[in-house]
Design a protein around this ligand. Structure first.
Ligand code: C2E
Ligand code: CA
Ligand code: CA
Ligand code: CA
Length: 278
């Protein structure tokens, strides 16, 4: 029995070491990923239910690792935050996304851009200036850029985050609370945030068509958002049944695999023109 316990410890340690080694390897590769052209921005539509049109394309980052294949942002974004690469990565996504969205607009596709910010970006006092510079460089209308911030992010250091958020909003840029419902903020705190949109987390939306309890939660979230004068979007719409419920609950916008997965820019354009034709 003692031997078995020992073996279990050994297995655990091996597993632990492997995870640790993978992280160390990924961090060192991530430093070179951009110059090696391994980072790609994919786009997923945010659809306005009232007009039936695509309001924004959300930029979602992908890392094409030469040996390990595609690595999820859920794995490498935390590593980038940990090793101080996140500001560079955010700047890259903003620049690439604004360039793409400007090209689309010049090409007759009147679309906005959504970009995810990381907790640390909100503590970066230079971010608003950088965003202003990029908007100017691409002649991109500020109100067509929306920055998505997770609820937990904002709450960690509310005062510093608020300063950055106000500066961004002073540029005309819009702000969204991502993963709404998963954070620990009080409604009072939320009310004081300078935001324009809340995005209901996909964990409440994905099984909406079969889970009556989720409908209760989503209905409350929509009411809260509307009472605060915010646009409400639901992410994780996978089934037509969920879409119908969201329409009935007067949700403003929707996003999810039901419409499109995040795809490369060329595929996004093709999907969009198809979608709008129907
Ligand atoms: P997020 O911002 O909450 O993005 C939503 C995630 O859900 C995306 O995963 C998207 O592909 C996925 N998704 C969209 N629709 C559906 C659906 O109908 N069903 C299901 N099951 N999933 C859906 P992804 O692209 O793997 O990104 C994961 C997270 O990584 C993002 O969550 C975001 O927090 C972070 N992330 C991605 N790109 C960036 C970036 O450029 N900067 C920062 N800071 N974070 C990023
Ligand atoms: Ca997002
Ligand atoms: Ca989300
Ligand atoms: Ca998320």
């Amino acid at each position: 029995e003692a031997k078995q316990a020992q073996r279990r410890v050994a297995v655990y340690q091996t597993g632990h070491d492997e995870t640790h080694l993978r992280r160390i390897g990924l961090i060192s590769d991530l430093r070179r990923a951009r110059e090696r052209d391994e980072l790609r921005v994919f786009y997923q539509p945010k659809v306005d239910l009232r007009s039936g049109r695509v309001a924004h394309a959300e930029a979602l980052l992908r890392w094409q690792h030469p040996a390990l294949g595609t690595i999820s942002p859920d794995e490498f974004i935390p590593l980038a935050e940990h090793c101080g690469l996140i500001h560079e990565i955010t700047a890259f996504v903003l620049a690439a996304g604004l360039q793409q969205a400007s090209a689309w607009r010049e090409d007759g596709l009147e679309i906005g851009l959504a970009v995810n910010l990381s907790p640390m970006d909100l503590l970066d006092a230079r971010l608003p200036d950088r965003v202003a510079g990029l908007l100017q460089a691409h002649r991109f209308p500020a109100q067509e850029l929306i920055l998505e911030i997770t609820e937990s992010t904002v709450m960690r250091d509310v005062q510093s985050a608020l300063i950055t958020m106000r500066a961004l909003r002073a540029l005309g840029v819009r702000l969204s609370i991502d993963d709404f419902g998963t954070g620990h903020s009080s409604l009072a705190q939320l009310r004081s945030l300078p935001v324009d949109e809340i995005k209901i987390d996909k964990s409440f939306v994905m099984r909406l068509d079969t889970n009556p309890e989720d409908t209760v939660i989503v209905r409350s979230a929509i009411e809260i958002g509307h009472n605060m004068g915010l646009v409400v979007i639901a992410e994780g719409v996978e089934q037509s049944g969920s879409l119908e419920i969201l329409q009935r609950l007067h949700c403003d916008m929707v996003q999810g695999y039901f419409f499109s997965k995040p795809v490369p820019a060329e595929d996004f354009r093709r999907w969009h023109d198809d979608f709008q034709a129907n």
